[in-house]
Design a protein around this ligand. Structure first.
Ligand SMILES: [Zn+2]
Length: 143
């Protein structure tokens, strides 16, 4: 009861609990319930130490889920890596080739101008995919 009425200031980190095994600081929902050996143990340590099963902790970010999320983020931001690489290649090799230097320059300018627009156009799609790769979890009352 007291726990619920208190304001949750998780973003400032003051009330974020620390796991006593890995010393990691996570939000409350990243901890398992219970007393004794189960007290103050994060879900990842609990699964690794076989205190809790993987089915029991619904919001564990498994290897598969972690890789899927990482590749999603990598795909979203990779164009900002490719465009400078293409510009460098153009400057080093293609700019001196007579008609193609100009054609590639126009393509590169188009790509560079289009990239931020595409980034914002795809942001809803990205948020949807990220939500799909976020485990469903409802915090139990009083926890
Ligand atoms: Zn831990």
């Amino acid at each position: 009861m007291l726990e619920e009425s208190r304001p949750i200031r998780l973003t400032r980190g003051e009330l974020m609990p620390t796991c006593r095994h890995c010393l990691g600081t996570f939000t409350r929902d990243q901890f398992i319930h219970g007393n004794g050996p189960r007290a103050q143990v994060c879900i990842r340590c609990a699964v690794e130490m076989k205190i809790a099963t993987e089915e029991e902790v619904a919001n564990l970010y498994s290897e598969k889920l972690r890789n899927a999320r990482l590749s999603l983020v990598a795909r979203r931001y990779s164009m900002f890596l490719y465009i400078p690489v293409l510009w460098t290649l153009w400057g080093m090799y293609i700019s001196s080739v007579d008609p193609w230097g100009l054609y590639f320059l126009l393509i590169l300018i188009g790509l560079t101008l289009f990239a931020p627009a595409w980034f914002f156009i795809r942001s809803a799609h990205f948020a949807g995919n990220m939500a799909r790769l976020t485990p469903e979890y409802e915090r139990p009352k009083g926890h």
